[in-house]
Design a protein around this ligand. Structure first.
Ligand SMILES: *Cc1c(COP(=O)(O)O)cnc(C)c1O
Length: 385
């Protein structure tokens, strides 16, 4: 059996994609230009959304969205604590207050039931996360947001290709995707803001490049006025062509790569079913297509005589990488020390101690899954202390 190190994630990049990046590097134009525009066009066609704005990360997308929605001091944004810290950080950086909703124990997602009691007259936005590649129960959350006349922004960093009730995530609403190297498709670093709201799309597009009405490419090559003026103070979050061109190639293989992820996930599910101390997540019935961004298990720490961190160290000693998605934000140093809010998040905390992401990436072989499952069995049989 192969005993080389099995990482928990590895981007799948073809020689053709490498050549396309090299071509951009040789072309004389490497920052935002035609490749970025082409990537936005292909992405909006693939997802079926009206507007797609490419950015340097999903975090940038969250920052610009909060800024464009005018969210600031005194405002509250409801989001899970069990998420990547970027959203919580951006809310805080804007001077607003993150209000944490608890998640479902087995899907790790917030719901209208957990969000509603937290709504106040300061609530300005709800940010649910489509977790691990499954879809959040979107319709009741949208209904709740519209009853209170506030927007909802979906964190779809895990959900490129996910479908909710046979609709692709991103086809409507305000949705932010990530193309970080561990995500389902990558641009090295990158993100996409999608919306059906023309004004918001235009606003985000302007904010991504200094608040000018145009970008560097427009100025240099398209004969648009280099005298373009600042409409409002903006940021610098435009996606370079050398990244965007990688995204074009990746997007063309999205279906194939997600299909391979799904096959590997099915194999994990069947092999892990016999291990009682390992509990995978459950997929909500409304998720009609799962993107399988992550394969997350919960370790029955009360009965196996070891902590999750110890379990991860044991996997590592056997040459297997694993991940933690995520350690709850409200338990991290800054938020522990600076937040006065008392949160009751029992399901979040229960999972935060037990979750672990097993290796899952398109180029993984079936044997790798078997190897991970055998390693888990052996660790649980004879835990070293
Ligand atoms: C990766 C991730 C992000 C941030 O994406 P970046 O492109 O790295 O900024 C946001 N939310 C979740 C849930 C993520 O997993």
């Amino acid at each position: 059996m192969d005993t080389g190190f099995l990482p928990f994630s590895r981007p799948s990049i073809t020689e053709g994609e490498i050549s396309s990046v090299a071509e951009v590097l040789r072309s004389g134009w490497i920052t935002t230009g035609t490749k970025c525009a082409e990537f936005e066009q292909s992405f909006s066609e693939a997802i079926g959304c009206r507007h797609a704005v490419a950015l340097t990360s999903a975090t940038a997308g969250m920052h610009l969205t909060l800024h464009a929605l005018g969210i600031g001091p005194g405002d509250e944004v409801i989001t899970p604590s069990l998420t990547w810290v970027s959203t919580v950080n951006m809310i805080t950086a804007c001077g607003a207050t993150p209000i944490f909703a608890d998640v479902d124990r087995d899907s790790l997602m917030i719901s209208a039931e957990t969000v509603e009691p937290l709504m106040s007259d300061r609530t300005r936005l709800i940010v649910p996360v489509h977790y691990a590649g499954a879809a959040v129960e979107l319709d009741p959350l949208r209904q709740l947001a519209s009853q209170h006349d506030i927007p909802l922004v979906e964190d779809a960093a895990h959900a490129v290709g996910t479908e909710y009730l046979d609709r692709k995530i991103g086809v409507d609403g305000h949705v932010i995707f990530s193309f970080h190297p561990i995500k389902n498709i990558t641009t090295g670093e990158g993100g996409m803001f999608c919306t059906d709201d023309q004004d918001l799309a235009d606003h985000i597009r302007r904010l991504r490049f200094h608040g000018l009405g145009v970008d560097a490419f427009d100025r240099q090559s398209q004969g648009r006025a280099p005298q373009a003026e600042v409409q409002e103070p903006g940021f610098k979050y435009n996606l370079p062509d050398m990244n965007a061109v990688l995204g074009i190639g990746q997007l063309a293989r999205l279906g194939e790569m997600n299909q391979r992820r799904a096959e590997l996930a099915r194999l994990y599910l069947s092999k892990l079913a016999e291990i009682e101390a390992i509990q995978p997540l459950q997929t909500p019935a409304s998720t009609t297509r799962h993107a399988w961004h992550l394969f997350i298990i919960r370790l029955d720490i009360n009965n196996v005589g070891m902590s999750r961190d110890h379990f991860m160290a044991e996997l590592k000693a056997k040459g297997i990488g694993s991940g933690l998605h995520f350690k709850a934000a409200h338990l991290q140093k800054y938020y522990r020390e600076n937040y006065q809010h008392a949160f009751s998040l029992p399901e979040t905390e229960w999972n935060s101690e037990r979750i672990c992401s097993l290796p899952l990436f398109p180029d993984m072989r079936d044997e790798d899954v078997i190897r991970v499952v055998e390693a888990i069995k052996s660790i649980l049989r004879s835990p070293s202390t």
